[in-house]
Design a protein around this ligand. Structure first.
Ligand code: OSB
Ligand code: MG
Length: 379
């Protein structure tokens, strides 16, 4: 990244759990979610403190990671390994020191984000400045779950989001809830609606009915179809992508910059969804961005129903120049009645990039008072 930052001297790490009800239940091909059990990481240094969010869902539905598992590996493996050698830490050291431990990218990402935030606060520099972003606001898209009330409910939801100013609609699709609802959105809102779908790996490339549904979606002028097949089926994505007009975007498949380069070389996708948590941290997220930009591939920033802590990181990253498409970056009130930080708000279809030190947001004191906090000291 762009300019060197001084390391911080980390004394302890705290895991902070807060439960937030979602304003709208979020149904995807893997089930319904009604609250977010957020796991925040506080890195307390002698000279500064920093926050990160572990974006794991409560159960291993999206990838193998889940919140209780992440909290466990953080407390018993990752944080002790990070605090063990003592001394001063930079964000770059986190992945290096933890590279012997496989996977757990979202847990590692939370730690790396928190260390980076602490370093930036010490330097009194914003993440946006540090990344040398090219925008002070990012266009806001919205990810719409599969509504319980069927097509009429979906139309109402989309109508509301468009009225609020969202510039792009991403609809979750699943077997049996795909072609008809998307046709209904097209007939209600017209060909001008920026509409894309996310299948969350719910389709089987070898099943005829699944491929027929995806082929029918391909007729609807969608901006992209996200992750139709399982994460490891890069070849299957490439084969079907070659037949479809609609660009394929990969989310779950892209676990780091090297995988992104492989997927692009195979023509498995034409668009990449970047989530700092999924790729192991903000530093790798920037490397995925840079690799895609070098190859002329547009990227956008995905979301994991983050609180304001994770959202602050996403918004800054999404202000990098390769983020040419609106992401799943919505205002706080699309998710929660009350966010854990000062809320992100929608202004003219955009969310402002924080310009305060670090990620530019911290959890509010009243939230911290009611949170479940677990302190991990160096051994
Ligand atoms: O696939 O993008 C996804 C939420 C949880 C897990 C996976 C995904 C999502 C979303 C949410 O689509 C998008 C958002 O945070 O607004
Ligand atoms: Mg997705």
């Amino acid at each position: 990244m762009r300019r060197d930052l001084a390391p911080v001297t980390v004394d302890r790490v705290e895991l902070v759990r807060v439960r937030l009800p979602l304003v709208t239940p979020f149904r995807t091909s893997f089930g319904v979610q009604t609250e977010r059990d957020a796991l925040l990481v506080l890195v307390a240094a002698a000279d500064a403190a920093g926050w990160g969010e572990c974006v794991t869902p409560a159960t291993p539905i999206y990838t193998e990671e889940y919140t209780d598992g992440a909290a466990h590996v953080l407390e018993h493996v990752l944080v002790p390994a990070l605090l063990g050698p003592g001394g001063r830490l930079r964000a770059e050291d986190v992945a290096l020191r933890l590279q012997g431990f496989k996977g757990h990218r979202m847990a590692k990402a939370a730690l790396e984000s928190a260390v980076l935030d602490a370093q930036l606060r010490l330097a009194e520099r914003s993440l946006a400045d540090h990344l040398e972003v090219t925008r002070d606001r990012v266009p806001a898209g919205v990810s719409v779950g599969i509504p319980d009330g069927g097509i009429p409910h979906l139309i109402d939801l989309v109508d509301g989001y468009l009225a609020a100013g969202y510039v792009r609609i991403k609809a979750k699709v699943a077997r049996g809830a795909d072609v008809a609802p998307m046709q209904a959105l097209r007939s209600r809102f017209g060909a001008g609606l920026h509409l894309q779908v996310d299948a969350n790996a719910g389709y089987d490339p070898d099943a005829r009915a699944d491929v027929a549904a995806l082929d029918a979606l391909d007729e609807l002028g969608l901006v992209q179809i996200e992750q139709p097949f399982a994460p490891d089926r890069l070849r299957a994505h490439a084969e079907h992508a070659a037949r479809w007009r609609t660009p394929v975007c990969l989310d779950e498949s892209i676990t780091d910059a090297a995988r992104a380069v492989e997927a692009l070389a195979m023509h498995a996708c034409r668009i990449v969804n970047i989530k700092p948590g999924r790729v192991g941290g903000p530093l790798e997220a920037v490397r995925v961005h840079d690799a895609c930009r070098d190859r002329g591939i547009p990227v956008w920033c995905g979301g994991m129903l983050e609180t304001g802590v994770g959202r602050a990181l996403n918004v800054a990253i999404a202000a990098l120049p390769g983020f040419e498409l609106p992401g799943d970056i919505s205002a706080s009130d699309r998710y929660f009645a009350e966010d854990v930080t000062e809320p992100f708000v929608l202004v003219d279809g955009h969310v402002a990039v924080p310009d305060g030190p670090g990620i530019g947001r911290v959890p509010r004191d009243d939230v911290l008072r009611r949170a479940d906090r677990r302190r991990i000291d160096p051994r």
